[in-house]
Write a new protein. Structure first.
Lengths: 431, 263
């Protein structure tokens, strides 16, 4: 007889973390738009502050609506818990500052979202935390770049802009061989396409602004702990394994080996840096997650059709999508991304910056803006927007050509998207 | 705090508080493939409200060294050794699941040294199905999933953890995964084969509380009540809607019941 099983992914997407409201019976998760929560007594207050009871004190630290989102994403990722943050950037910052202070070092993929690169390359060094960037396809480079003061390995499941597929099992093995955790930005894949903890990652974060929300109306991030990393055995993380004067000399790993990271992140990082999520945003992102499996399947299906169209078009020089045999990570993608490689990709037009600009301006359905992961299809021309300051050589080293176009494929009828692209390409043809 | 016991390091969580001879003592004992952290909230509360708290990690669990012990009697013996090494004479014992059997057996052996006995998620006999024992022996991953589902009420398998942001099933699974291979089977076999419960129950003279979960599928409330009837004067309280993971699912209800009982 088969034993009992956990609830499936689709069910968890709809339900995890939520119960009908015990007071009103509301089925949807209520928006607890309150700063603070009334104590039952002075003893109740003191015990909440001292982690002797579970509950909410102040919405910067925890909030019932946010808690549903945190629990839901943790369940979908197969983690032990999560913290909702003001943005994906705030989630990355929270992860880093929970693990290290001045003197700490990170080994990161060089194929990162520009905002993450800025934080690591320019901002954190001002606070004494430095990063060595490596080619994400060169697993040995991660190992070679570690130093005695390295505290974290970091990469994106699908890197920017070339969709480099991070070999999560191999990089995790390198990290664990050095007694270090692996943090993964899983924004482009979501747990529907890839569950990094199943492959060895230790910490995962999302810009929930993107596919988790899917509607493009709320900025937010979620940081999830897999609960597997042995902080005590590593010996490199006194923030988690030594008494913390800022919270009654609490030794977070002694409290709980599985929850140490999140305890510190909530009791220090969210408390002191304060980059918490608004409950309204948590509610909106929850609405998106309810349909995550349906949307991601459609995103991938539409993307495959658009990729096939572009790859066969004479005005397109190349398409960078890991399901194409021409992509450097084709074999790895088949192995770790069997359900698809997401809905964001770049292609190169035959032509210069002017061609790219013209193409964008001819599109009618695709929205020209700086975001990805929306239900609506999006487009951007890096050479004239996000990377406009770069000359040709600089663009080349960033993996961007003058005619590179980045698309985020939405949920429209794929025939309409292809018609829109065909019309814009035809306009280029006419000059 | 750590003690040396039989040449092995033995650990107990004390919430960072030193033992104070003027205070009363309460020992928390976890269940199979668990450690002290299942008592986080309740043990920390007691430690900051006038008690010397020791939430032990049994041998081969959590931070305690030593080979796994294969019987409830052996684990009770280890616990008594721990109390003696810590120079603790009188003590209240609080145990959950397998830990409740250890508390029961230790109370029997310690006699008047035990001031109060609280048994949570308990039953006697604590029979384990062949299906689960086979899985624990042959496929720990499968066994952990079975126990994780059976240990939580239907509501908690969906969520709504009172502890904000934590996914209860995920955390429990990771805790079990951290234990050494083979420990789960050893623990479950110890529960299944314990036969001293009736004798111990009939000898208990201290105030006793049984806290049971209405939706407990591991140790049903009915079985727990049957054990309660063997202990003279024992009080039984059933927490509505709660599964086997009482301390996590209903932390406040458990805390308040314990505080009232231990007062």
């Amino acid at each position: 007889m088969a034993g009992p099983k956990y609830l499936g992914f689709d069910t968890l997407s709809l339900h995890a973390g939520s119960q009908p409201d015990p007071t009103t019976g509301a089925r949807a998760t209520p928006i607890y738009h309150t700063t603070s929560f009334v104590f039952k007594s002075t003893d109740h207050a003191a015990s909440l502050f001292n982690m002797e009871r579970a509950g909410h004190v102040y919405s910067r630290i925890s909030n019932p609506t946010n808690a549903v989102l945190e629990e839901r994403v943790a369940a979908l990722e197969g983690g032990v818990g999560a913290i909702a943050t003001a943005s994906g950037q705030a989630a990355l910052h929270l992860a880093i500052v929970t693990l290290m202070g001045a003197g700490g070092h990170i080994v990161a993929s060089r194929s990162l979202y520009g905002g993450s690169h800025n934080l690591l390359a320019y901002t954190l060094p001002r606070f004494g935390i430095t990063t060595t960037f490596v080619d994400p396809r060169d697993v040995s480079a991660f190992r070679a770049a570690t130093r005695p003061n390295t505290r974290l390995l970091f990469g994106e499941t699908l890197g920017n802009p070339g969709l480099d597929v991070l070999n999560v099992p191999a990089v995790a093995e390198v990290a664990h061989g050095k007694n270090l955790p692996l943090l993964v930005d899983s924004t482009f894949t979501t747990p529907y396409l890839l569950r990094p903890f199943d492959l060895g990652a230790d910490l995962v974060y999302h810009s929930a602004t993107k596919f988790l929300g899917g509607h493009g109306v709320a900025i937010g991030g979620v940081l999830v702990d897999g609960g597997k990393f042995d902080w005590e055995a590593s010996g490199k993380f006194p923030t988690l394994t030594a008494p913390y004067e800022g919270f009654h000399d609490m030794d977070f790993a002694e409290e709980s080996d599985t929850a140490a990271f999140l305890l510190r992140a909530r009791r220090e990082g969210i408390r002191d840096f304060g980059a918490c999520m608004s409950p309204m945003n948590a509610f909106q992102i929850l609405q998106g997650i309810e349909t995550l499996p349906l949307r991601m399947a459609r995103h991938v299906d539409n993307t495959r059709k658009v990729v096939a169209f572009l790859a066969a078009h004479p005005l397109v020089d190349s398409v960078g999508y890991p399901e194409l045999e021409s992509h450097a990570d084709y074999e790895l993608a088949k192995q770790i991304l069997p359900k698809g490689c997401g809905a964001v990709f770049s292609f190169n037009l035959k032509g210069d910056r002017a061609a790219g600009r013209r193409f964008i301006e001819e599109l009618k359905l695709f929205s020209h803006l700086a975001n990805v992961g929306d239900a609506k299809s999006l487009v951007i021309h890096p050479a004239t927007t996000t990377h406009f300051r770069m000359d040709k050589p600089a663009l080349r080293s960033a993996g961007i050509a003058e005619g590179t176009i980045r698309l985020s494929i939405g949920l429209e009828d794929p025939e309409d998207l292809i018609d829109d692209l065909r019309r814009a390409l035809r306009a280029l043809e006419k000059g | 705090m750590y003690l040396d016991l039989d040449q092995n390091k033995a650990y107990a969580y004390s919430a960072g508080q030193p033992l104070d001879p003027a205070r009363r003592n309460v020992i928390f004992i976890h269940g199979a493939e668990h450690d002290h952290s299942v008592w986080n909230l309740q043990s920390r509360y007691c430690a900051y409200h006038g008690w010397n708290v020791l939430a032990v990690d049994l041998p081969a669990h959590g931070r305690s060294e030593g080979p796994p012990l294969d019987s409830v009697e052996a684990m009770a013996g280890w616990l008594i050794g721990f109390l003696n090494a810590a120079a603790i004479s009188n003590v209240a014992l609080v145990g959950h699941s397998m830990g409740s059997l250890i508390a029961l057996e230790a109370a029997f052996q310690l006699g008047e040294r035990v001031t109060q006995l609280a048994l949570l998620g308990t039953a006697y006999p604590m029979l384990v199905s062949d299906q689960l024992l086979d899985a624990a022996r042959d496929d720990e991953r499968e066994a952990r999933q079975m126990v994780n589902v059976w240990s939580h009420s239907p509501a908690m398998q969906i969520g709504g953890n009172p502890n904000p942001g934590m996914w209860m099933l995920g955390r429990n699974q990771r805790l079990m995964e951290r234990m050494v291979p083979g420990l789960f089977f050893t623990d479950l076999m110890a529960c299944n084969s314990y036969r001293g419960g009736e004798r111990a129950a009939q000898a208990i003279v201290c105030p006793t509380l049984l806290l049971l979960g209405e939706r407990d599928m591991m140790t049903s409330a009915k079985s727990g009540r049957a054990l309660g009837q063997m202990i003279g004067g024992a009080r039984t309280r059933v927490i509505g809607g709660c599964g086997h993971a009482l301390m996590a699912e209903k932390p406040d209800e458990v805390l308040e019941a314990l505080v009232e009982f231990l007062a």
